[in-house]
Design a protein around this ligand. Structure first.
Ligand code: ADP
Length: 674
């Protein structure tokens, strides 16, 4: 039973397999007849064009070992019809030789895991190997038999060689052609590609014509023959292997016809043999070349895919960081306000220390979240500056104020040297402060207690230089080269949990966004560090005036009525207590509807309005307030601080835009400023 099953797998057993076998039989028979026609009509001996070898191998590749049956039968009948008087045994030996050759061909291909495509070097080498080696099987069997049976009418070597040559040619031209065009696959070619196909085939035809049809195979001392592989390679690289195999077939047909028509009969056979060998060699060479390129291309495509996947993953991660940092700010808001409030009430000494420490930590978390968010925005290209004319002195003063508490604790001495004249620059004040504060903070952080830190600013030829130097731990040469890369920290720093390692990356990005440059210098570990910034100044008239106007705008004001609207109740309550402490009258509302109803009775001068609320968002509340005719100062409280967000609130009628977690100082400056 098992033996029967095994046998069935080696012969066409189903109806479909039978149809396929008949198809292969017919195809083999027709091309063999054609080969014989060429051979006998034009008396091409010893050259032989024998397409059935290629057809047989292709049939094996696509339909398996079963195809030995139609191959053997077709070959047998073709020779029987050609030489009815020949011995049956001889005909059978020849037919069996061809069938065996095809079977061995498929076996070799399967051993080397050949796949019917020419996009890897292995595939191309396997087919060339089969073409060169396996095609020697049938010539050896047939010549051997004829020699020993005394039926050979030419020398054994000649008989063997012409059959072998025919086999090589046949596999390289016909098997490759069938493999690349079958099974049929539709390709959509663009107009350019179509034109390129027409152009390449025209060039090829012209070359073949010169080469095989005329006596002008040498032009200006250059053999035309050299150009043929070039055109074929061009075709294969620009289009695909299909066009290459078709071009090789075209070359064969035109070449053979040309030789038959133009060559004298005496020399024809030699000429044909030469053509056959030449075309087979060129075909093998180009096939190997093309498969190497194909392999590279596949590898490159793979790399491109991997790269795209990495870029996408990176984008997702950045998006995640941005969302995370933003979401973490919300719970931080009530903590910041509550701590400020606690500090304003009478406390024991220990409680004050604890509150201070908690405040320090929340400030640090806030800074880290801000840095993270900024880094994410930078990599998403969402970062935009809001430039205005600002005074350097004022900015530096604020920065010094910002770090003074930290410096005091670490016992650092900070000296600031600024030019006597007022320096006005066109910069984003928040971001510009961030640059200087980052450098001052780092100098303070990476210098042992009691250190000396200096900030020196100067202007030369319209370029502002700010130099922050310290006598701290210094920076190693290796580290200096890439200190501005994100997440780059000196080894000992990362262990101590100094920060995230994105501060300098942000600083550099911000400096560059201001059109400037930043450099880090250090003579080595323990020798202090210097960070130098260069910012080009744009000369502008009346800047001084604007600045003066802005500066005089800040003055202390009377107590105000303020309505705080936020669905985050702890945040609203904490803020309300804080502002009450500063002498203002406060009411809170935890929803838009609540706020609208309170406005008409409470008549606030200021409304601090959270934008994201479940029942009615801040924009809707703002427009309803306008409808009600309320005309006080509207302040947006939101986690979103981008330029586009600010533009949106401005358009909706908000006079101010504060980003959470908001510090009391920020709110007070808004209220007092107005
Ligand atoms: P972070 O301070 O959060 O680690 P930064 O990007 O601000 O991140 O700094 C990166 C690294 O550069 C620090 O970890 C530290 O090793 C080094 N560095 C920065 N400023 C100084 C400085 N003034 N002196 C010595 N090392 C510094």
């Amino acid at each position: 039973m098992k033996a029967l099953e095994t046998l069935r797998s080696y012969v066409p057993a189903t109806r479909r397999q039978a149809y396929v076998a008949i198809g292969v039989f017919v195809a083999y028979f027709v091309v063999a007849k054609f080969g014989l026609y060429l051979y006998f009509t034009f008396n091409t001996s010893p050259a032989l064009i024998w397409p059935p070898v290629g057809v047989a191998l292709a049939a094996m590749v696509f339909y398996g070992y079963r195809m030995w049956v139609p191959i053997l039968l077709a070959q047998f009948f073709v020779t029987l019809l050609q030489s009815p008087n020949a011995s049956m045994l001889l005909l059978f030996v020849i037919a069996a030789g061809f069938a065996l050759q095809a079977v061995v061909g498929l076996y070799v291909m399967r051993v080397f895991k050949f796949e019917p495509r020419f996009d890897t070097l292995t595939n191309a080498l396997v087919i060339v190997f089969v073409a060169l080696v396996v095609t020697a099987i049938e010539p050896s069997i047939a010549t051997g038999y004829q020699f020993f049976s005394g039926t050979l009418n030419v020398t054994p070597l000649l008989n063997w060689t012409r059959a072998w040559g025919a086999g090589i040619f046949s596999v390289l031209v016909f098997t490759t052609l069938i493999i690349s065009w079958f099974p049929w696959q539709k390709f959509n070619y663009s107009l350019n590609e179509k034109l390129e196909i027409i152009f390449s085939f025209s060039a090829l035809t012209a070359l073949i014509y010169l080469l095989f049809w005329t006596k002008f195979s040498v032009h200006f001392g250059i053999a035309v023959i050299f150009f043929l592989p070039a055109v074929l390679i061009w075709l294969a690289l620009r289009l695909n292997v299909r066009w290459l195999t078709l071009a090789v077939l075209w070359t064969s047909i035109l070449g053979v016809t040309g030789s038959i028509i133009t060559t004298e009969t005496v020399k024809l056979s030699a000429q044909l043999l030469a053509n056959e060998v030449y075309i087979a060699l060129v075909s093998a060479m180009v096939l190997i070349f093309v498969s190497i390129v194909g392999e590279r291309r596949t590898a490159f495509e793979g790399m491109k895919d991997a790269l795209n996947a990495t870029i996408q993953a990176d984008k997702n991660k950045t998006e995640f960081i941005a969302v995370l940092a933003h979401e973490l700010r919300n719970p931080l808001a009530p903590i910041v306000s509550s701590l400020e409030l606690l500090k304003l009430q009478p406390q024991t000494r220990e409680a004050v220390l604890t509150i201070n420490s908690a405040q320090e930590h929340t400030t640090m978390i806030r800074r880290l979240l801000d840095d993270l968010l900024d880094t994410a925005r930078l990599s998403q290209n969402k970062f935009k500056l809001q430039k205005e004319t600002i005074s350097l002195r004022k900015i530096v003063d604020q920065c010094v104020g910002n770090v003074s508490e930290f410096y005091r604790k670490r016992n650092h001495a900070l000296t600031v040297t600024l030019p006597k004249e007022e320096i006005i620059l066109n910069a984003d004040p928040v971001r510009f402060k961030q640059i200087i504060i980052n450098l001052l903070n780092n100098a303070g952080k990476y210098t042992k207690s009691g250190g000396k830190i200096e900030l020196v600013a100067g202007v030369e030829e319209n370029v502002l230089t700010i130099c922050v130097s310290d006598n701290g731990i210094g920076i190693e040469r290796d580290m200096l080269n890439n200190i501005f890369e994100p997440f780059k920290q000196a080894e000992q720093m990362s262990k101590q949990g100094a920060g995230l390692g994105i501060g300098l990356f942000l600083t550099k990005s911000l400096v560059e966004m201001h059109g400037g440059k930043i450099f880090a210098l250090s003579e080595g570990l323990g020798k202090g560090s210097v960070f130098r910034i260069f910012i080009p100044l744009i000369p502008q008239e009346n800047q001084v005036l604007q600045v003066q106007k802005r500066e005089t705008a800040f003055k202390s004001g009377p107590a105000s009525r303020i309505l705080i609207v936020d669905d985050n109740e702890p945040a609203a309550s904490a803020l309300s207590k804080l502002l009450e402490y500063h002498g203002h009258t406060i009411q809170t509302a935890f929803s838009g509807t609540d706020a609208l109803s309170k406005v008409s009775i409470f008549k606030p001068q200021f409304i601090l309005l959270d934008l994201g609320m479940p029942d009615m968002d801040g924009f809707e509340v703002a427009s309803k307030l306008k409808e009600q005719g309320w005309n006080g100062t509207l302040v947006a409280l939101t986690g979103y601080g981008q330029e586009t967000d600010r533009a949106k609130t401005k358009e909706a009628g908000f006079q101010h835009h504060l980003v959470k977690p908001v510090r009391t100082d920020d709110i007070l400056s808004v209220i007092v400023g107005d």
